[in-house]
Design a binder for this molecule. Structure first.
Ligand code: DGL
Length: 276
Protein backbone atom coordinates (compact mmCIF):
# COMPACT_ATOMS: atom_id res chain seq x y z
CA UNK A 1 0.00 0.00 0.00
CA UNK A 2 2.75 2.51 0.96
CA UNK A 3 4.38 2.32 -2.43
CA UNK A 4 1.17 3.12 -4.33
CA UNK A 5 0.86 6.65 -5.71
CA UNK A 6 -1.28 9.42 -4.24
CA UNK A 7 -4.22 10.07 -6.59
CA UNK A 8 -5.27 13.65 -7.34
CA UNK A 9 -8.02 14.78 -9.63
CA UNK A 10 -9.43 18.04 -10.91
CA UNK A 11 -11.81 19.14 -13.64
CA UNK A 12 -8.75 20.09 -15.71
CA UNK A 13 -5.27 21.51 -15.29
CA UNK A 14 -6.07 23.85 -12.37
CA UNK A 15 -5.43 21.18 -9.76
CA UNK A 16 -1.81 21.15 -10.85
CA UNK A 17 -1.37 24.13 -8.48
CA UNK A 18 -2.18 21.64 -5.69
CA UNK A 19 0.14 19.04 -7.21
CA UNK A 20 2.94 21.62 -7.27
CA UNK A 21 2.59 22.19 -3.50
CA UNK A 22 2.33 18.44 -2.89
CA UNK A 23 5.56 17.78 -4.81
CA UNK A 24 7.35 20.32 -2.63
CA UNK A 25 5.97 18.91 0.62
CA UNK A 26 6.24 15.21 -0.25
CA UNK A 27 8.98 14.88 -2.90
CA UNK A 28 9.41 11.11 -2.38
CA UNK A 29 5.81 10.22 -3.18
CA UNK A 30 4.63 8.94 -6.55
CA UNK A 31 1.61 10.83 -7.82
CA UNK A 32 -1.09 10.01 -10.37
CA UNK A 33 -3.06 13.08 -11.51
CA UNK A 34 -6.28 13.01 -13.50
CA UNK A 35 -7.57 16.13 -15.26
CA UNK A 36 -11.11 15.74 -16.60
CA UNK A 37 -10.48 18.31 -19.34
CA UNK A 38 -13.22 16.92 -21.61
CA UNK A 39 -15.86 17.96 -19.10
CA UNK A 40 -14.35 21.20 -17.73
CA UNK A 41 -15.73 23.38 -16.23
CA UNK A 42 -17.28 21.74 -13.19
CA UNK A 43 -17.86 25.17 -11.65
CA UNK A 44 -21.03 25.96 -13.59
CA UNK A 45 -22.60 22.50 -13.31
CA UNK A 46 -25.33 21.24 -10.97
CA UNK A 47 -24.42 19.36 -7.76
CA UNK A 48 -25.71 16.04 -9.19
CA UNK A 49 -23.53 16.34 -12.28
CA UNK A 50 -20.47 17.37 -10.27
CA UNK A 51 -20.92 14.39 -7.94
CA UNK A 52 -21.32 11.98 -10.88
CA UNK A 53 -18.21 13.35 -12.63
CA UNK A 54 -16.18 13.38 -9.42
CA UNK A 55 -17.05 9.76 -8.56
CA UNK A 56 -16.12 8.67 -12.10
CA UNK A 57 -12.81 10.56 -12.04
CA UNK A 58 -11.90 9.24 -8.59
CA UNK A 59 -13.01 5.75 -9.66
CA UNK A 60 -10.51 5.77 -12.51
CA UNK A 61 -7.69 6.59 -10.08
CA UNK A 62 -8.81 3.92 -7.63
CA UNK A 63 -8.98 1.38 -10.49
CA UNK A 64 -5.32 2.17 -11.29
CA UNK A 65 -4.38 1.76 -7.60
CA UNK A 66 -3.86 4.76 -5.31
CA UNK A 67 -3.39 4.86 -1.54
CA UNK A 68 -5.19 8.16 -1.05
CA UNK A 69 -7.46 10.51 -2.97
CA UNK A 70 -6.91 14.27 -3.07
CA UNK A 71 -9.76 16.26 -4.58
CA UNK A 72 -7.63 19.01 -6.13
CA UNK A 73 -10.71 20.91 -7.28
CA UNK A 74 -12.56 23.36 -5.07
CA UNK A 75 -15.89 22.80 -6.80
CA UNK A 76 -15.72 19.01 -6.42
CA UNK A 77 -14.40 19.34 -2.85
CA UNK A 78 -17.24 21.57 -1.82
CA UNK A 79 -20.00 19.53 -3.44
CA UNK A 80 -18.75 15.93 -3.59
CA UNK A 81 -16.43 15.17 -0.66
CA UNK A 82 -19.00 13.21 1.32
CA UNK A 83 -20.25 11.14 -1.66
CA UNK A 84 -16.59 10.41 -2.48
CA UNK A 85 -15.80 9.34 1.08
CA UNK A 86 -18.82 7.02 0.96
CA UNK A 87 -17.90 5.66 -2.49
CA UNK A 88 -14.27 4.91 -1.53
CA UNK A 89 -14.32 3.98 2.16
CA UNK A 90 -11.03 2.04 2.05
CA UNK A 91 -8.74 5.01 1.40
CA UNK A 92 -8.45 8.49 2.90
CA UNK A 93 -10.14 11.23 0.85
CA UNK A 94 -8.96 14.83 1.34
CA UNK A 95 -10.40 17.98 -0.26
CA UNK A 96 -9.05 21.51 -0.56
CA UNK A 97 -11.90 23.38 1.15
CA UNK A 98 -11.17 22.58 4.79
CA UNK A 99 -7.44 23.34 4.52
CA UNK A 100 -8.25 26.63 2.72
CA UNK A 101 -10.79 27.59 5.37
CA UNK A 102 -8.28 26.78 8.14
CA UNK A 103 -5.60 28.92 6.48
CA UNK A 104 -7.99 31.86 6.11
CA UNK A 105 -9.08 31.68 9.76
CA UNK A 106 -5.43 31.70 10.82
CA UNK A 107 -4.62 34.68 8.59
CA UNK A 108 -7.59 36.93 9.32
CA UNK A 109 -7.40 39.38 12.21
CA UNK A 110 -10.87 40.88 11.82
CA UNK A 111 -12.78 37.73 10.79
CA UNK A 112 -14.00 39.51 7.64
CA UNK A 113 -13.19 37.00 4.92
CA UNK A 114 -14.12 36.92 1.25
CA UNK A 115 -14.06 33.64 -0.69
CA UNK A 116 -13.47 33.94 -4.44
CA UNK A 117 -14.58 30.80 -6.28
CA UNK A 118 -16.74 29.33 -9.02
CA UNK A 119 -20.52 29.70 -8.94
CA UNK A 120 -21.07 26.09 -7.78
CA UNK A 121 -18.53 26.36 -4.95
CA UNK A 122 -20.17 29.53 -3.64
CA UNK A 123 -23.67 28.11 -4.07
CA UNK A 124 -22.65 24.95 -2.17
CA UNK A 125 -21.67 27.09 0.87
CA UNK A 126 -18.95 24.64 1.95
CA UNK A 127 -16.28 27.33 2.50
CA UNK A 128 -18.69 29.48 4.46
CA UNK A 129 -19.62 26.49 6.68
CA UNK A 130 -16.00 25.37 7.16
CA UNK A 131 -14.95 28.91 8.18
CA UNK A 132 -17.89 29.26 10.59
CA UNK A 133 -17.02 25.89 12.17
CA UNK A 134 -13.64 27.37 13.10
CA UNK A 135 -14.67 30.98 13.73
CA UNK A 136 -18.40 31.28 14.38
CA UNK A 137 -18.17 35.08 14.54
CA UNK A 138 -16.56 35.42 11.08
CA UNK A 139 -18.30 37.53 8.44
CA UNK A 140 -17.86 35.50 5.29
CA UNK A 141 -18.75 36.78 1.84
CA UNK A 142 -18.82 34.34 -1.07
CA UNK A 143 -18.05 35.94 -4.42
CA UNK A 144 -18.40 33.92 -7.63
CA UNK A 145 -15.75 35.00 -10.17
CA UNK A 146 -16.40 32.72 -13.17
CA UNK A 147 -14.37 34.75 -15.66
CA UNK A 148 -11.13 34.15 -13.74
CA UNK A 149 -11.03 30.50 -14.91
CA UNK A 150 -10.76 31.16 -18.68
CA UNK A 151 -8.37 34.06 -18.02
CA UNK A 152 -5.95 31.77 -16.16
CA UNK A 153 -6.30 29.02 -18.78
CA UNK A 154 -5.54 31.53 -21.52
CA UNK A 155 -2.42 32.61 -19.63
CA UNK A 156 -3.81 36.14 -19.15
CA UNK A 157 -2.68 36.60 -15.58
CA UNK A 158 -1.80 40.30 -15.37
CA UNK A 159 -2.03 43.69 -17.03
CA UNK A 160 -4.61 46.42 -17.26
CA UNK A 161 -7.38 44.37 -18.84
CA UNK A 162 -7.07 41.51 -16.33
CA UNK A 163 -6.91 43.88 -13.35
CA UNK A 164 -9.95 45.70 -14.75
CA UNK A 165 -11.93 42.45 -14.77
CA UNK A 166 -10.76 41.59 -11.24
CA UNK A 167 -11.71 45.09 -10.06
CA UNK A 168 -15.16 44.71 -11.60
CA UNK A 169 -15.77 41.74 -9.29
CA UNK A 170 -13.96 43.03 -6.19
CA UNK A 171 -14.60 46.77 -6.19
CA UNK A 172 -17.94 46.55 -4.38
CA UNK A 173 -16.02 45.10 -1.42
CA UNK A 174 -12.69 46.88 -1.67
CA UNK A 175 -12.97 50.17 -3.54
CA UNK A 176 -15.25 52.25 -1.36
CA UNK A 177 -13.68 55.69 -0.92
CA UNK A 178 -15.47 56.29 2.36
CA UNK A 179 -13.58 55.70 5.59
CA UNK A 180 -16.76 54.36 7.13
CA UNK A 181 -16.81 51.57 4.58
CA UNK A 182 -13.32 50.52 5.64
CA UNK A 183 -14.90 49.08 8.76
CA UNK A 184 -16.56 46.43 6.61
CA UNK A 185 -13.64 45.76 4.31
CA UNK A 186 -12.49 42.12 4.31
CA UNK A 187 -8.92 41.65 5.55
CA UNK A 188 -8.55 38.21 3.95
CA UNK A 189 -9.21 36.90 0.45
CA UNK A 190 -9.41 33.13 -0.06
CA UNK A 191 -8.46 31.89 -3.51
CA UNK A 192 -11.16 29.24 -3.49
CA UNK A 193 -10.52 27.93 -6.98
CA UNK A 194 -7.58 26.02 -8.42
CA UNK A 195 -7.02 28.61 -11.15
CA UNK A 196 -6.89 31.69 -8.99
CA UNK A 197 -3.33 31.35 -7.61
CA UNK A 198 -2.16 32.28 -11.12
CA UNK A 199 -3.98 35.61 -10.74
CA UNK A 200 -2.67 36.24 -7.21
CA UNK A 201 -0.41 39.17 -8.07
CA UNK A 202 -3.09 40.86 -10.19
CA UNK A 203 -5.55 40.38 -7.31
CA UNK A 204 -2.93 41.85 -4.97
CA UNK A 205 -2.68 44.94 -7.20
CA UNK A 206 -6.44 45.41 -6.99
CA UNK A 207 -6.94 44.84 -3.23
CA UNK A 208 -3.71 46.49 -2.05
CA UNK A 209 -1.12 45.43 0.47
CA UNK A 210 -3.09 45.34 3.70
CA UNK A 211 -5.10 42.27 2.71
CA UNK A 212 -4.09 38.61 3.26
CA UNK A 213 -4.38 36.44 0.17
CA UNK A 214 -4.75 32.78 1.09
CA UNK A 215 -4.42 29.78 -1.17
CA UNK A 216 -5.35 26.27 -0.08
CA UNK A 217 -2.64 24.38 -2.01
CA UNK A 218 0.05 24.49 0.68
CA UNK A 219 -2.29 23.73 3.60
CA UNK A 220 -3.79 20.85 1.61
CA UNK A 221 -0.30 19.42 0.99
CA UNK A 222 0.41 19.64 4.74
CA UNK A 223 -2.88 17.88 5.51
CA UNK A 224 -1.98 15.08 3.07
CA UNK A 225 1.39 14.68 4.77
CA UNK A 226 -0.20 14.56 8.23
CA UNK A 227 -2.76 12.00 7.12
CA UNK A 228 -0.23 9.72 5.42
CA UNK A 229 2.03 9.95 8.47
CA UNK A 230 -0.78 9.18 10.91
CA UNK A 231 -1.97 6.22 8.87
CA UNK A 232 1.57 4.87 8.33
CA UNK A 233 1.19 5.26 4.57
CA UNK A 234 4.26 7.33 3.67
CA UNK A 235 6.35 6.05 0.79
CA UNK A 236 9.49 4.25 1.99
CA UNK A 237 12.41 6.62 1.28
CA UNK A 238 13.24 6.94 -2.38
CA UNK A 239 15.22 9.59 -4.25
CA UNK A 240 12.46 11.28 -6.13
CA UNK A 241 8.80 10.42 -6.65
CA UNK A 242 7.40 10.08 -10.16
CA UNK A 243 4.43 12.01 -11.54
CA UNK A 244 2.09 10.62 -14.18
CA UNK A 245 -0.96 12.23 -15.73
CA UNK A 246 -4.30 11.04 -17.09
CA UNK A 247 -6.55 13.33 -19.10
CA UNK A 248 -9.94 12.88 -20.73
CA UNK A 249 -9.11 15.10 -23.72
CA UNK A 250 -6.21 16.11 -25.93
CA UNK A 251 -2.89 15.11 -24.31
CA UNK A 252 -0.80 17.80 -26.04
CA UNK A 253 -3.12 20.55 -24.90
CA UNK A 254 -3.03 19.13 -21.36
CA UNK A 255 0.78 19.18 -21.37
CA UNK A 256 0.91 22.68 -22.87
CA UNK A 257 -1.66 24.44 -20.68
CA UNK A 258 -0.78 22.41 -17.59
CA UNK A 259 2.85 23.49 -17.55
CA UNK A 260 1.96 27.04 -16.42
CA UNK A 261 -0.09 25.68 -13.51
CA UNK A 262 2.57 23.18 -12.45
CA UNK A 263 5.41 25.66 -12.94
CA UNK A 264 7.32 22.97 -14.86
CA UNK A 265 7.25 21.65 -18.41
CA UNK A 266 5.08 18.52 -18.67
CA UNK A 267 6.50 15.83 -20.94
CA UNK A 268 3.68 14.72 -23.21
CA UNK A 269 4.98 11.12 -22.88
CA UNK A 270 3.85 11.15 -19.23
CA UNK A 271 0.26 12.02 -20.19
CA UNK A 272 -2.25 9.29 -21.06
CA UNK A 273 -5.68 9.73 -22.63
CA UNK A 274 -8.46 7.96 -20.70
CA UNK A 275 -12.21 7.61 -21.00
CA UNK A 276 -14.37 7.81 -17.88
N1 DGL B 1 -11.13 23.31 -10.70
C1 DGL B 1 -12.25 24.19 -10.52
C2 DGL B 1 -12.27 24.69 -9.07
O1 DGL B 1 -11.28 24.68 -8.38
C3 DGL B 1 -12.20 25.37 -11.47
C4 DGL B 1 -12.48 25.01 -12.90
C5 DGL B 1 -13.86 24.46 -13.11
O2 DGL B 1 -14.86 25.20 -13.02
O3 DGL B 1 -13.96 23.27 -13.36
O4 DGL B 1 -13.31 25.09 -8.61
Amino acid sequence: MNSLPIGLFDSGVGGLTVLKALRQTLPCEDVLYLGDTARLPYGTKSPDTIIRYAVQAAGKLVERGVKMLVIACNTASSVAIEPLQRAFPDIPVVGVVKPGATASCRASETGRIVVLATESTIRGNAYQRAIHDLRPEAQVTGLPCPLFVPLAEEGWTGGELVEGIIARYLDPLFASPLDAAAANRPDTVVLGCTHFPLLASAIRNVVGNGVHIVDSAETTAMEVKTMLTEQGLLQPEQQCGSTRFLTTDDVSRFARTGSAFLGLAIDVETVELVDL
